[in-house]
Structure formats: structure tokens, C-alpha cells
Design a protein around this ligand. Structure first.
Ligand code: SF4
Ligand code: SF4
Ligand code: SF4
Length: 601
């Protein structure tokens, strides 16, 4: 029944008639979002880019599963509202430029006050190794904490709730919701799975609630661990293990100097029902190949298939999904290859399982919860996405490249991020390649006349000289200079002058073969290289060009003889080393000009 109700509500949400769920637009669907704003969410730990260390390599963009890294020109930042605190970007950054920042000042002040309770999660045993867990806990007491709990009570509370759900035969698909990373990803990326999330709080939230009941509603709570997402409204300050080390230092407490036995009776550390993370042992024991009520998935890659199954209304049973191998696999705890070592350390630090419940029998706490949908405001209009894909360019088959080089799986995902102000074209390799090719083309072609530029002329001249000396073939160079062009420009204006230059460019282009090259040398001067042509052949081409330029003037409305050119030709002789062929053609040009212009020499 519960599932049908959820499906109805999901439908209501998608059709806009929902009233129960909170719709949280992340950004306007029109146009780029405003610059990301950093804020401390529910007293959780922030992931921040350390700007002086960041070189903008974008390695973090490529690993972030939540598209939470924003790139604006050279500036890289993390959008806190979208960050799911998975920590993957921290080891991925080759420059150590991503900081995790908890509320250390508040935690230290609360410890100093002597009234705060610390939730120190069990992963601390691996972080503080080789110090014994007893030494760490003694140190926390010495720093001023009134009590030190371990997240175990939260796991037990959550496990109780899961056992109740497990006993209900009505559910068809139920997705584990103890991991905030999975919950946040589902809420933002796979809203169709929200109705299937087990309606249970996170272990930290449950433990905070339990401790408030145990010590009184005003007791300050500090959380130290790696489960850094929000949802812990009852916690007053959240810090990382590194920050706890700094807190101890600030409180003048040295872990290594603590005795390796408990100095006072420790708070409850035993488990009865739960395993780490809040799953009940009896449910996990259901895991076997043939189980139709239980399946275990690790990694975010499985969410797409789950979402599809949900849409198709396929009953999957209980889906135990985590982004990694549990909290001990969190990137902030160390490299993945040390996972089993960390596990060993933590397992050895755990006390024996209790045969009896460790929670107060009549605690009466309600640790169920609902999940708010987040309207996926990240999706910009389809035509804007299309426009970005057009700008990037397509494969020869007309499809988007979808190469993933930018850190987004598809061009459409990249386009959405770009339109939301979280990405730049700098990240797209095919786009940059096209830009480079276009820039090279621009550098090679004179914008006004469409002829080659001076740079290309120089390169080609060097090639022709080398080839001529190798093969013994001659080639000719022709210098073209418009007569009295300044007078024409001054008399008729630059626009008309440009028309003349363009028309002469066209005539030169027509006059040469595809193997020759015509270039604008500068101003009203042009140079043509005529391959496998001797000086006599060059003179013939020059005469044809001179006549063609004579015809340009009347065609453009000038009087006959107002637009003419002088041309100088020189032939390159392979046997004569060290000739300056350009200079020779230039000198010939001056001879042609000396007779009054409109001549060839
Ligand atoms: S912590 Fe995870 S979600 Fe947040 S920016 Fe880093 S990789 Fe992205
Ligand atoms: S990985 Fe990200 S934070 Fe690190 S240097 Fe590169 S762009 Fe900057
Ligand atoms: S073509 Fe560009 S935008 Fe598309 S996936 Fe590749 S790098 Fe990303």
C-alpha cells in the first residue's frame, strides 16, 4: 500500500499537482544560474577549493559524480548545495587543493565548556592507528567532552527500523537509505527512485536524537567522522578526524600519552542487532545468489539500472546499495588499497556482540523519515542544450561526440552544466581542437582578400627553395603593387579601397594554379609563388595579371586607368645558392614602377 501511495505522489509531483513533497528548485531553468554560493548546510563539513593551490587542471570535475564542481573561466569552486560529500575529489586533485572544513572552532569551544557529547565514529580506530582506541577515547574525555559515543546506538536504532520493514510483506522494492551519498544522489539525479528509499533516518541523525533524549534536549553534540553529509540537524558541530587531532592539540592533549585502557567506564560500544552503517545482521545474512528479496550493489553505476527497473515497476526486493565498500572506503580515510587493512583494524577494535539489546527497551524514538524530492532545476531548456552541442560540433555521422573527456558522460550533460554556469568550453577537447584548427586557418588566410598571409608565404617560400634545390626545378616569384593606391584611398575612402583590394585578390586567385600560392604581403602589395615556372613563364603570368587588374577599375565603377598595378618577376635558379628571390622580385617591381607604373619587369 505504501508503495502505491508513493507512486501516486511521484506522479502528482511530475504532473505538478503534488502538495506533500517539498519542491526545491536548484536554479532557474532559463539561462545560466547565478554564481554558486557557499553555505554551511546543517552544520556539515564543507569541501572547498583552496584557490592559491588550484591550478585549474579540472581533475576534480572528472571524478565528481554530482557535477558539483563549477568552472568559471580560470576559477574552480564547489557548489555546496549540490556536493554530496563523497570525497572523491580530494585524492583526485594532484595539487592538494581541496580542503575539508568542519566547524573546528565551535567544536573546540564546546569541548572546553565541558558539557558536550562527542559522537566519534568507529572509523576513528583506523585513522588514529597505531594509537589504541582506548587512548583516543581517553584523550577526548581529557579534552573536555562529557561523554564519547561511537555511532553504534544510531546503527542499532536504524537496524530496528529495517527489521520492521523487512517483516512487512507488502514492499516490492526498498532501497537502503543509510548512506547520505546514495540518498542525495537519488534525490538529485534519480527522483523516480525516491519513493523506493527506505523511509529511515541516517544512523547519525538517529543517534543524535537518541542522545538528546538521553542527556536532555539542550546537550551540545559534536560529530567527528567521515560521513560528512547533512541530515544531522541535532548536531551542533561536525568535524573531520584531522580536525579532531587539531582540537586535541588546541586542548593540550596528546593521544600517545594516554593509557591504553579505559580510564572510565566507556559508553555503550557493543552491537546487538546492527552491523556498521545500520543494517541488521539478519537482513544481511539473506545475501546469497538466489535471494529474490535481497540484492547487494556497490558503486553509483547501479543507480541507472535501478531507476529503470523502478519505472518498469520491476520488484527488486531489498536493494543494499552503497557508493563504495562502506564508510571505511571513504577517500578521506586513505587509499582504496588499504581498505582491508583498515577493516582489520576496526574489526579488532570492536567489542564482542551483545546477546541482549543495547538500546533502552522503551526509548520510543521514531527514526522514520520521508524524503523530499528535488525538482531537477539543473536541466536547462532542450533547445539551449542543442545549441551548445552545435557549438561543440558533431561526429562525421552527425551524432554528439559523447567522448567524456570533459568529465561529463555525454555532451548533453556537459551542456547542462555549462548552461548552469558550472562548466566552460575549455573542458571540451573536440571543441578546443576545432577552435585551434579555426585559429590556424585564420592565421593562414588574410581576412580581407582571402589570400594567404605573410606567415604562410614565408613558410611556403622556404619549402619551394628546398624543393627546387633538391629537384632542380625552377620557380618564379611575382611581386604585385597597386599604382597610386594611397591616392585612390584618400580620394574615394577606405571602403572603396578595400573593394579594390578584394577584387585584385580575386583576380590573383583566378590567375594562379592550385599548386601556386598568392599572398597578401601587406597594404596594397601581393606576392605570388609560381611553382615549376621559370622567369619567362612568370613574366607571361604577370602580364595576364596586369591586364586583369586594369579591368578591375571599370568593373567597380572607376575610370579606366584609375586602378592599375606594377609587377616585378624573378626566377629562382637552383644552381645559384644564397639568392634572395623576394628581393630580386622587389627590385624588378621598382624597375616596372620607374616607367610610370602599369607595367611588368
Ligand atoms: S565531495 Fe564528491 S560531490 Fe563534493 S565536490 Fe567532491 S567529488 Fe563532488
Ligand atoms: S583537481 Fe580541481 S581543485 Fe585540484 S588543482 Fe585541479 S581544478 Fe584545482
Ligand atoms: S565532446 Fe566535449 S562536451 Fe562532449 S563529451 Fe566530449 S569533451 Fe564532453
Amino acid at each position: 500500500m505504501l508503495m502505491f501511495q508513493y507512486l501516486e505522489e511521484l506522479h502528482a509531483l511530475l504532473t505538478g499537482s503534488c502538495s506533500r513533497f517539498i519542491l526545491v528548485p536548484l536554479s532557474s531553468p532559463r539561462g545560466p544560474a547565478p554564481r554558486p554560493r557557499l553555505s554551511r548546510r546543517n552544520r556539515s563539513v564543507l569541501f572547498e577549493i583552496n584557490a592559491p593551490k588550484c591550478v585549474g587542471c579540472l581533475a576534480c570535475v572528472r571524478v565528481c559524480p554530482a557535477e558539483a564542481v563549477a568552472v568559471d573561466g580560470a576559477a574552480v569552486s564547489i557548489v555546496d548545495e549540490v556536493c554530496i560529500r563523497c570525497g572523491l575529489c580530494v585524492p583526485a586533485c594532484p595539487h592538494g587543493a581541496i580542503d575539508t572544513v568542519g566547524d573546528l572552532a565551535a567544536a573546540t569551544a564546546l569541548a572546553a565548556r565541558g558539557t558536550a557529547v562527542l559522537i566519534l565514529t568507529v572509523e576513528a580506530a583506523a585513522h588514529f592507528y597505531p594509537h589504541a582506541p582506548e587512548q583516543v577515547i581517553n584523550a577526548c574525555y581529557q579534552a573536555g567532552f562529557r561523554a564519547v559515543h561511537h555511532g553504534v546506538l544510531g546503527d542499532e536504532l536504524v537496524a530496528e527500523e529495517y527489521v520492521k520493514l523487512w517483516a512487512d510483506p507488502e514492499w516490492g522494492t526498498l532501497v537502503r537509505s543509510t548512506c547520505p551519498v546514495i540518498v542525495e544522489t537519488i534525490r538529485h539525479e534519480y527522483p523516480e527512485l525516491v519513493p523506493y528509499l527506505a523511509p529511515v533516518k541516517t544512523p547519525i541523525a538517529a543517534e543524535a536524537q537518541y542522545l538528546k533524549q538521553m542527556y536532555g534536549p539542550d546537550v551540545p553534540l559534536v560529530y567527528a567522522g567521515v560521513c560528512l553529509t547533512d541530515g544531522v540537524e541535532d548536531v551542533d558541530a561536525a568535524i573531520t578526524f584531522e580536525e579532531l587531532e587539531r582540537l586535541l592539540l588546541a586542548r593540550d592533549v596528546t593521544v600517545s600519552e594516554q593509557p591504553a585502557f579505559f580510564e572510565r567506564i566507556p559508553e555503550e560500544r557493543r552491537r546487538h542487532l546492527s552491523t556498521a552503517g545500520g543494517m541488521p545482521l539478519p537482513v544481511l545474512q539473506e545475501e546469497h545468489q538466489a535471494s529474490r528479496r535481497f540484492r547487494k550493489l556497490r558503486g553509483m553505476g547501479g543507480l541507472g539500472a535501478l531507476a529503470r527497473a523502478a519505472v518498469e515497476e520491476v520488484d527488486l526486493g531489498f536493494v543494499d546499495i552503497l557508493p563504495c565498500e562502506g564508510c571505511l572506503d571513504h577517500p578521506l580515510l586513505g587509499p582504496p588499497e588499504e581498505l582491508y587493512w583498515r577493516r582489520q583494524v576496526v574489526v579488532e577494535s570492536e567489542p564482542k556482540r551483545s546477546a541482549l539489546p543495547v538500546l533502552e527497551p522503551d526509548h520510543g524514538l521514531d527514526v522514520s523519515r520521508g524524503f523530499a524530492f528535488v525538482r531537477n532545476g539543473k536541466r536547462p531548456p532542450a533547445d539551449a542544450v542543442e545549441q551548445v552541442i552545435e557549438t561543440i560540433g558533431r561526429t562525421p555521422a552527425g551524432t554528439p561526440w559523447d567522448c567524456g573527456a570533459c568529465g561529463y558522460g555525454t555532451c548533453a550533460a556537459f551542456a547542462a552544466a555549462l548552461l548552469n554556469g558550472r562548466a566552460t568550453y575549455r573542458q571540451c577537447a573536440p571543441y578546443q581542437e576545432r577552435r585551434l584548427a579555426a585559429a590556424e586557418r585564420e592565421a593562414a588566410v588574410d581576412a580581407l582578400t582571402g589570400l594567404a598571409t605573410y606567415r604562410v608565404l614565408q613558410e611556403r617560400l622556404a619549402q619551394e627553395i628546398a624543393r627546387s634545390e633538391r629537384s632542380g626545378d625552377p620557380f618564379a616569384v611575382m611581386f604585385v603593387d597597386l599604382d597610386h593606391f594611397k591616392r585612390l584611398n584618400d580620394g574615394y575612402g577606405h571602403a572603396r579601397g578595400n573593394q579594390v583590394l578584394q577584387a585584385v585578390g580575386r583576380e590573383l586567385h583566378e590567375a594562379v594554379r592550385s599548386t601556386d600560392i598568392a599572398a597578401r604581403f601587406g597594404g596594397d602589395e601581393f606576392v605570388v609563388i609560381l611553382v615549376r615556372t621559370n622567369a619567362a613563364g612568370g613574366l607571361r603570368v604577370a602580364e595576364a595579371v596586369r591586364r586583369a587588374v586594369e579591368g578591375v577599375g571599370p568593373n567597380l565603377g572607376f575610370a579606366p586607368g584609375e586602378v592599375t598595378a606594377s609587377l616585378g618577376v624573378a626566377g629562382y635558379e637552383p644552381a645559384r645558392k644564397g639568392q634572395d628571390i623576394l628581393d630580386a622580385a622587389d627590385r624588378a617591381l621598382y624597375r616596372a614602377k620607374a616607367g610610370g607604373g602599369n607595367a611588368v619587369a
